[in-house]
Write a protein that binds this ligand. Structure first.
Ligand SMILES: C[C@@]1(CC(=O)O)c2cc3[nH]c(cc4nc(cc5[nH]c(cc(n2)[C@H]1CCC(=O)O)[C@@](C)(CC(=O)O)[C@@H]5CCC(=O)O)C(CC(=O)O)=C4CCC(=O)O)c(CCC(=O)O)c3CC(=O)O
Ligand SMILES: NC(=O)C1=CN([C@@H]2O[C@H](COP(=O)(O)OP(=O)(O)OC[C@H]3O[C@@H](n4cnc5c(N)ncnc54)[C@H](O)[C@@H]3O)[C@@H](O)[C@H]2O)C=CC1
Length: 216
């Protein structure tokens, strides 16, 4: 089993190429379109869902034919999601030769990257991977995490983001800032959010909290 390194990619305006037009390709293209990538789909046919996406997103284009060597030219990322292992293998070979990071949906370990199950709440991204061992288990775990925390995460992230911005704006001393960020992470906001008693902090509450941390 490969030792995968998680990264989060900013794909805005990046050219991404997806080979294949079935339900698996549709899942990958949806993700890429949401990310604002320039997405090229190469496949003789596409699902109805992909057709809709093509109409909705002018930045998703469909080349209606089978894969040909050279289709990955200029690609930042590539996905092979055909039902033909030999085609996916040819895409993997081109990606390898051209240095393009590549996902093989039919044989995870052949590509240089895999797609985790993902839960998104605003800026929070929870990704779960089994390193390819059991994709359905990854999805189930995401569902459990979602049930457990659900909307609470979003509130927590909103809180962290505004508190962090406030500290950055008001506190210039790097040591003091660092201490406050650490205290912020240690402050148990989640349980008050879960308990329903959480009120977003206003400026006065922020200042009081900062003073309390400084006194100790
Ligand atoms: C390696 C990886 C490569 C990649 O695609 O990146 C891969 C590979 C394979 N998946 C297979 C099967 C299925 N995968 C799913 C679902 C998902 N698969 C996803 C990821 C990954 N799948 C990557 C590893 C993730 C990890 O573990 O970290 C998810 C999380 C994300 C996504 O795809 O976007 C997404 C959930 C999305 C959601 O939330 O809905 C379902 C269920 C369904 O489709 O409903 C089935 C059918 C049931 C079953 O077989 O279990 C097969 C066998 C194919 C065959 O038998 O021919 C292979 C091939 C192999 O084993 O290598
Ligand atoms: N990673 C994942 O999450 C999963 C992966 N799989 C794997 O992914 C493969 C694809 O799954 P589905 O989308 O359900 O299959 P599918 O059979 O519905 O779609 C395959 C698509 O590939 C296209 N295609 C075939 N030959 C091509 C070529 N030479 N060039 C370009 N496109 C070509 C077909 O026209 C079709 O649009 C499966 O065969 C399986 O091995 C299956 C389930 C989940």
């Amino acid at each position: 089993m490969p030792y995968y390194v998680p990264v989060l990619l900013n794909l805005a305006d990046r050219r991404c190429v997806v080979i294949g037009g079935g339900p698996v390709a549709e899942r990958k293209v949806t993700m890429l379109a949401d990310a604002g990538a320039e997405t090229v789909v190469v496949s003789p046919d596409v699902t109805d869902g992909l057709l809709r996406l093509l109409h909705e997103h002018h930045r998703v284009v469909w080349i209606q034919r089978e894969y040909q060597r050279g289709d990955l030219a200029g690609a930042f990322l590539a996905y092979a999601a055909t039902n033909r292992p030999e085609v996916n293998a040819a895409v993997a070979a081109e990606a390898e030769a051209e240095g393009v990071p590549m996902n093989d949906a039919g044989d995870g370990a052949r590509g240089s990257m895999i797609t985790p199950g993902v839960l998104r709440r605003g800026g929070l991204v929870v990704a779960v991977s089994t390193s390819g061992a059991g994709p359905t288990a990854a999805r189930e775990l995401i569902r459990e995490i979602d049930e457990q925390f659900g909307e609470n995460y979003e509130k927590y992230i909103d809180f962290l983001s505004s508190a962090r911005a406030f500290i950055k704006e008001r506190i210039s001393d790097p040591g003091r800032r660092k201490r406050l960020f650490r205290r912020l992470a240690e402050t148990d906001i989640m349980s008050s959010i879960r308990g329903g008693s959480f009120q977003p902090w206003n400026e006065a509450a922020m200042i009081t909290w900062i003073e309390e941390q400084t006194e100790e």
